[in-house]
Every structure is written in structure tokens, then in C-alpha cells.
Design a protein around this ligand. Structure first.
Ligand SMILES: NC(=O)c1ccc[n+]([C@@H]2O[C@H](COP(=O)([O-])OP(=O)(O)OC[C@H]3O[C@@H](n4cnc5c(N)ncnc54)[C@H](OP(=O)(O)O)[C@@H]3O)[C@@H](O)[C@H]2O)c1
Length: 311
């Protein structure tokens, strides 16, 4: 009997948090899966891979590894995409845009973008564009030509009237936080940009049977490291109080929800926003074609991808 083809799952981040739990789900539910984590810190990445290896049953032929990716650098995104393109001539099967941060003081990247916006949105958009050819090859090589999948880890905070704090309020004038900077406002703006571009990308791919793109909000998980740049009071509040409220969930449950979004019949869906485990609706603004045009064009221009993107 022929050996089943290896399926390559690329996850940005994933050495800890929700992405780690997603990788764990893949490694304990699939066979012939190769999980590649894109990580910025070698020691943290080594630790994550070592912990994940403990969940692998050798009979599954599964494997996990990490490769360098710093989303605060467009150069690093190009290098990561080149590395994957050389390493996986049979393509990749799934790309999960998981990495994220919430930096509470205004910091600019080497590319002169605001840190939250570049890491959470711009770089992962660029990565997706660079990996589309590899995702198409992955689909061709999959028995039955099953579509490859791109999954954005979104947040309900992209919607107005949810959670605490200001926003989202997406304007070109304040896209870098130079008019008004507040960590939560900027974080919410990054998640809205992501949701807008998910829909715009899904629209460009709607006649392309080889790649589907979706987004999932995995729920509120106050115990992850996402708050690491917040003040001590916020961290204590998240760990000791908010983690006990009924709206909060565990990192294990959140990782399983993301796994469900990239599994089974959900892989055939395109342009869907999942909230936790259910098909839901992203904000009105994210579904507005005029807004999609504005933010798609801005994103393409900012990532130097202007000529290859189609709105
Ligand atoms: N926690 C929640 O309540 C919640 C709710 C909805 C959505 N989300 C989303 O879920 C995703 C995962 O968040 P989490 O809660 O699991 O947080 P987390 O535990 O802090 O994990 C974030 C991951 O992103 C990586 N990362 C950060 N900056 C990076 C960079 N410049 N380059 C490469 N990787 C980078 C981190 O790597 P390091 O270890 O090197 O820092 C880590 O692996 C995020 O997109 C977040 O917005 C979270």
C-alpha cells in the first residue's frame, strides 16, 4: 500500500498559547502531519517543540519543528516564505495565522510600522500572499484535490461594543497610533484590519477551488501571554479575576476550537467567520466592500505587494 502523503501545517507562533494547543491537537488527531512553527525566539521555540514532541505517538509518523520568523520584520517574512518554498516542493496544506501581540507603548518596527499593526496584520498578510503558490501546490498534491486552508486567528474585539476599552476606530490618519495611542484601541484595529482582509482575500479566491480562507475567534483566554506587555495590575486582573468569569475559556479549549475551524467539512468553507465553534458573522465594517477596498489597497502598498494583489 502506498504511504499517505505528508500534510504540512504552518503555524505562526505556536511555541506557547493557543497556537501551541492547536499544534497539539494536530499532532494527536492526525497521522503523517508535519507541523512547522514560525517563531522569533530560538530558545522559546526549542522549548515549545520539545513539549509538543512529548505528545507524538511514533506510529502516527507525525513531526514538529520550528523555523525562524520575526513578524516585526518584512525581511524575515520573505526569508521564512523562501525557506518553506525550498523545503516543501509538494506544497503546504494549511497556514494558520496565529501569532499576535498587544503592545501597550507605541513602538515602531524596522520597517517603520507600528508594532501591533505589523505583527498582527501586515506581516501575516504578506506571508499569506507569498505562500499562496505553495498552498495551491498542496491542494494539487492532496488526494481528491481538497483545498488548502488559510485560517486567521481573529477576535470578537474587532467588533464595536465588545470587551473593554476603546475601538475599533480604523482611520488612515491614526493607523500608526501617532494621533492617539492606546494598546487596546490599536489591538482592536489590527484585528479589524485582519477581518477586513480575510473577506477581501476570500472574495478573490471564490472561483479558485484550491485555497479557502476563514477566520476564527477562539474565545476569551485571559491566561495566555498575550497580556505580557500590559501593566502588572492588568496581568493580575486577567490571571486571578477575569480567568474565573463565565465568558472566559481555557487555552486548551481555544486551541481545539481553532483545530475544528481547519478540520473536516469546515475546510470546504471560504470567507467564513467562526466564533468559538459556530459559524457566525464578523462586524458590518469588515464585510463592507468599500472598506475592504481601502484597507486591502493600504495593506498591499504597505507590504510592497501592490503589483501582485488584486482587490
Ligand atoms: N488570548 C485571548 O483571549 C485571545 C482571544 C482572541 C484571539 N486571540 C488571538 O490568538 C492568537 C494567539 O494569542 P495567545 O493568546 O495564544 O497569545 P500568546 O500566548 O502570547 O501567543 C502569541 C504567540 O505569538 C508569537 N509572536 C508574537 N510576536 C511575534 C513575532 N514578532 N514574530 C513571530 N511570532 C510572534 C509569540 O511568540 P513568543 O513566545 O516569541 O512571544 C507566541 O507564540 C493571537 O493572534 C491573539 O490575537 C487571543
Amino acid at each position: 500500500m502506498a504511504t499517505p502523503a505528508t500534510k504540512v501545517y504552518v503555524i505562526t507562533g505556536g511555541n506557547i498559547g493557543i497556537g501551541f494547543q492547536l499544534a497539539r491537537n494536530i499532532l494527536t488527531s492526525q497521522t503523517h502531519a508535519r507541523v512547522v512553527l514560525g517563531c522569533r525566539d530560538k530558545t522559546r521555540a526549542d522549548n515549545g517543540v520539545k513539549s509538543l514532541q512529548e505528545f507524538i505517538d511514533p506510529a502516527t509518523n507525525n513531526a514538529v519543528e520550528h523555523r525562524p520568523l520575526d513578524l516585526a520584520s518584512l525581511k524575515s517574512v520573505h526569508a521564512f516564505a523562501d525557506d518553506l518554498t525550498k523545503s516543501f516542493p509538494d506544497g503546504i496544506h494549511t497556514l494558520v495565522l496565529n501569532a499576535g501581540l498587544m503592545v501597550h507603548s507605541r513602538t515602531m518596527t524596522e520597517d517603520n510600522y507600528e508594532m501591533n499593526m505589523q505583527v498582527n496584520h501586515l506581516s501575516q498578510f504578506l506571508l499569506t500572499q507569498l505562500l499562496l503558490p505553495l498552498l495551491r501546490v498542496g491542494s494539487e498534491k492532496t488526494p481528491g484535490g481538497e483545498a488548502s486552508v488559510v485560517c486567521f486567528i481573529s477576535s470578537t474585539l474587532h467588533k464595536p461594543g465588545t470587551g473593554r476599552g476603546k475601538g475599533p476606530e480604523l482611520t488612515i490618519e491614526n493607523i500608526d497610533g501617532s494621533v492617539e495611542f492606546e494598546g487596546m484601541l490599536i489591538y482592536r484595529n489590527t484585528k479589524l484590519c485582519q477581518a477586513i482582509c480575510m473577506h477581501a482575500l476570500a472574495a478573490t479566491l471564490k472561483d479558485d477551488r484550491s485555497v479557502n480562507v476563514n477566520a476564527v475567534c477562539p474565545g476569551f483566554v485571559p491566561t495566555t501571554d498575550l497580556k505580557r506587555d500590559s501593566g502588572l495590575a492588568t496581568r493580575l486582573l486577567m490571571n486571578n479575576v477575569l480567568s474565573k468569569i463565565s465568558a472566559a475559556t481555557t487555552v486548551e479549549v481555544a486551541g481545539t476550537r481553532v483545530y475544528h475551524a481547519i478540520s473536516g467539512e469546515n475546510r470546504a468553507k471560504n470567507g467564513i467567520y467562526f466564533s468559538e465553534d459556530a459559524v457566525s458573522e464578523s462586524s458590518e465594517e469588515s464585510r463592507d466592500p468599500e472598506k475592504q477596498k481601502i484597507w486591502w489597497n493600504w495593506t498591499c502598498k504597505s507590504t510592497g505587494y501592490e503589483n501582485l494583489c488584486q482587490a
